[in-house]
Design a protein around this ligand. Structure first.
Ligand SMILES: [Zn+2]
Length: 83
């Protein structure tokens, strides 16, 4: 699996929709690729912060993030934040 392939599969990986063999391929790639691991960690942290601290965000930030999440991803995990 290449980095581009991982980025395409990442949404389904997050959502738990990735078929077993592909899931293994993603995890094996993550073990050997710092760049993709950082992307994954950043997305996880963003989701966690957003859920925990939405009320504490400065005015406008929350709305802008909601817009970005809703329009910029097909990830159910990310979209569920704005639901
Ligand atoms: Zn990679």
């Amino acid at each position: 699996m290449k980095c581009d392939d991982l980025l395409v599969a990442l949404c389904d990986y997050f959502d738990g929709d990735l078929p077993g063999p592909l899931c293994v391929a993603v995890e094996e790639h993550l073990l050997g690729c710092d760049a993709c691991r950082i992307v994954l960690v950043n997305i996880r942290q963003t989701i966690r912060l957003f859920r925990a601290d939405a009320a504490a965000m400065p005015g406008g930030v929350h709305e802008r993030l909601l817009g970005a999440f809703a329009g910029g991803t097909r990830c159910k995990s990310i979209k569920s934040i704005s639901a």
